[in-house]
Design a protein around this ligand. Structure first.
Ligand SMILES: Cc1cc2nc3c(=O)[nH]c(=O)nc-3n(C[C@H](O)[C@H](O)[C@H](O)COP(=O)(O)O)c2cc1C
Length: 162
């Protein structure tokens, strides 16, 4: 690392640096008035054990975000390595009916979730903070389900896989 003058930080450099931080991949879903909505995310982290809080970051122009705000609740389905096509599908700007076409959903405490996910975490929104071009949604976890033997889908250096 140089301690001299820094060039303006490019979005590419920022993404590349964070790309070295391997994450899982999840689909966030919520129940809207016209059916389920959802998007792919990896901006997900646990925040607190007592009370059990976690956060999810949404781009402010996400079409899923306003539905999530109104619903007040969402499910995070953490994907298995075999569910990569689902991650790609929910990362598109297609209409929700298209995203969910043929997708098998579970109902966890009244919230739609992706069936056969490695884990599902359901939460109620407690706070929303603005963070640049994203909103940071903090939730209190109300229900969880997980398969400790599931092999998770990974995302690193901008690619799915290990
Ligand atoms: C690995 C991965 C991680 C992503 N993480 C986020 C995220 O944290 N927040 C977000 O808003 N979008 C994220 N996206 C992009 C959204 O999935 C994508 O913009 C989607 O089209 C949004 O759909 P919507 O506008 O219908 O809500 C991610 C995409 C991928 C492939």
């Amino acid at each position: 690392m140089s301690d001299g003058l820094q060039a303006p930080l490019s979005g590419r450099a920022f993404r590349d640096a964070f790309g070295a931080f391997a994450t899982g991949v999840a689909v966030v879903t919520a129940a809207g008035p016209d059916g389920p909505v959802g998007l792919t995310t990896n901006a997900l982290t646990s925040v607190s054990l007592d009370p059990p809080l976690f956060l999810v970051c949404f781009a402010k122009d996400s079409r899923t975000l306003p539905v999530v705000r109104d619903a007040g609740r969402l499910a995070v389905s953490i994907l298995r390595s075999s569910q990569e096509s689902m991650a790609a599908r929910f990362a598109t700007k297609h209409e929700p009916e298209h995203k969910f076409h043929g997708i098998v959903l579970d109902d966890l405490a009244g919230v739609p979730a992706i069936a056969h996910a490695a884990a599902v975490i359901v939460g109620e929104i407690t706070e929303i903070h603005s963070g640049g071009d994203h909103d940071i949604v903090v939730l209190r976890c109300t229900d969880v389900r997980s398969d400790p033997d599931a092999e998770p889908l990974l995302f690193v250096h901008g690619r799915f896989g290990g």
